[in-house]
Each structure stands twice: as structure tokens, then as C-alpha cells.
Write a new protein. Structure first.
Length: 120
């Protein structure tokens, strides 16, 4: 299970779900890239503040509300992930349609729950 995941909306604040997700993903031996508003580090994962064209992103897990997602549509599609996970509070039917048109799965789920139940 070494498929690279990009956490969008990453935070160094330990009480944020994106922070918890990075820790759980790393504990599950998943390679993680992170994008957020502020530079920082969570365990061994550096948070980038500029979109980077990563190679081989399998999953993008969103911690950005729907109103903050449109500016990243093209970026996420350009990464050509297998799937995009919409965590609670990030649901966005408009983006689901765009992803489907680009042959990218969208999954409305909680990354933490998926990891905790071995469904990631």
C-alpha cells in the first residue's frame, strides 16, 4: 500500500483533521505530499504552499471547502489521480461532474475512517 496521497488543505495544527490524516497515512506507510496555506512539517511531511506537479499521485484527499476548490480544479485534474476523496465538509457536486468527465473517481468519505477500517 504505497500509493502516494496528496493532502490538500494541510495544516500543522494537530487538532485539524488534515493533520491527523497525514499522521495516519504515514503510520500506514503511505507516501504523502501536502499542500496548505502555511509552510511547515507534520512528522516527516513538508507542507508546500505552491501547487507542485507531482508524479504518480494516486489519491487527492481534500480538506478545502467547496468555495475554495475551484481555483485548484485544473491543478488536481492535471495530476491525473485515480481518485479524489471529499472529506466531510468538502462535498462539491460540481467538482464530482468535472472529475467524472476526466475519468477520475470521486469518493465522498472520511480519510480517517477509511484508514481506521482498512478500506483506504
Amino acid at each position: 500500500m504505497n500509493k502516494t496521497t496528496l493532502v490538500m488543505g494541510a495544516s500543522t495544527n494537530p487538532s485539524r483533521y488534515s493533520n491527523m490524516a497525514i499522521k495516519k497515512l504515514r503510520n500506514a506507510q503511505v507516501d504523502v505530499k501536502a499542500f496548505g496555506l502555511k509552510k511547515g512539517k507534520v512528522i516527516d511531511v513538508s507542507i508546500d504552499t505552491e501547487p507542485i506537479d507531482y508524479d504518480s499521485i494516486d489519491t487527492v484527499t481534500l480538506y478545502l471547502g467547496a468555495k475554495n476548490q475551484p481555483e485548484y480544479y485544473n491543478y488536481i485534474i492535471g495530476l491525473q489521480p485515480r481518485r479524489v476523496i471529499f472529506n466531510p465538509g468538502t462535498e462539491n457536486p460540481d467538482f464530482y461532474k468535472i472529475l467524472k468527465a476526466n475519468d477520475i473517481e470521486s469518493e465522498v468519505a472520511c480519510t480517517l475512517v477509511l484508514l481506521g477500517t482498512n478500506q483506504y
